[in-house]
Design a protein around this ligand. Structure first.
Ligand code: HEC
Length: 121
C-alpha cells in the first residue's frame, strides 16, 4: 500500500505544480506600506498627480523629493517630511502634517510607507 500512497502524493504534487501562477501582487513591504499610507496619510495626500487634498499629491515624489532640499535625496527627504514635518514646508501649504507620526508608526511601518510612497509615479 505505501506505493499507492506515494503515487497519490506524487499526483497531488503534480496537480499543484500545474496550477496557474498567482497574479503579481505588491511585494510584502510595499503592500504593508500601502496599508500604512491608507491609514495615516491618504486623508491628506493623493497618489494621483496634481490632486491636492490637504497636502500635495505624492505622485512622483521619488523624482521631485530629491530636488527639494540640498543634501537630501528623495528617500531622506520623505523620512524627514514624516519625522520632522515642520522642518521644511512645501511652498503654498500650511504646517498641517501630524507631528506625532514618529511616535505612532513603528520603525517597520515607517520604512514600509516610505518605500511605498517612493513607488508612486
Ligand atoms: C493632516 C494632513 C496630513 C497627513 C495625515 C499627512 N500629511 Fe504629509 N503633508 C501635509 C501637508 C499640508 C504638507 C505640506 C506642508 C509640509 O511640507 O509639511 C505635507 C507634506 C508632505 C510631504 C512633502 C511633499 C512634497 O511635495 O515635498 C511628504 C513627503 C509627506 N507629506 C508625506 C506624508 C506621509 C508619508 C504621511 C503619512 C505617514 C503624511 N504625509 C501624512 C499634510 C498631511
Amino acid at each position: 500500500m505505501p506505493v499507492i500512497v506515494g503515487l497519490l502524493l506524487a499526483l497531488l504534487a503534480g496537480c499543484g505544480g500545474a496550477a496557474e501562477p498567482p497574479p503579481p501582487t505588491l511585494a510584502p513591504q510595499l503592500a504593508a506600506g500601502q496599508r500604512v499610507f491608507v491609514t495615516h496619510c491618504g486623508a491628506c495626500h493623493s497618489t494621483s498627480a496634481d490632486t491636492v487634498i490637504v497636502g500635495p499629491s505624492l505622485a512622483g515624489i521619488a523624482t521631485r523629493g530629491g530636488q527639494r532640499i540640498d543634501g537630501l535625496d528623495a528617500r531622506a527627504y520623505v523620512y524627514s517630511s514624516v519625522l520632522q514635518p515642520s522642518d521644511h514646508l512645501v511652498e503654498g501649504f500650511d504646517d498641517l502634517m501630524p507631528q506625532d507620526l514618529a511616535k505612532k508608526l513603528t520603525g517597520e511601518e515607517l520604512d514600509a510607507v516610505v518605500a511605498y510612497v517612493l513607488t508612486l509615479q
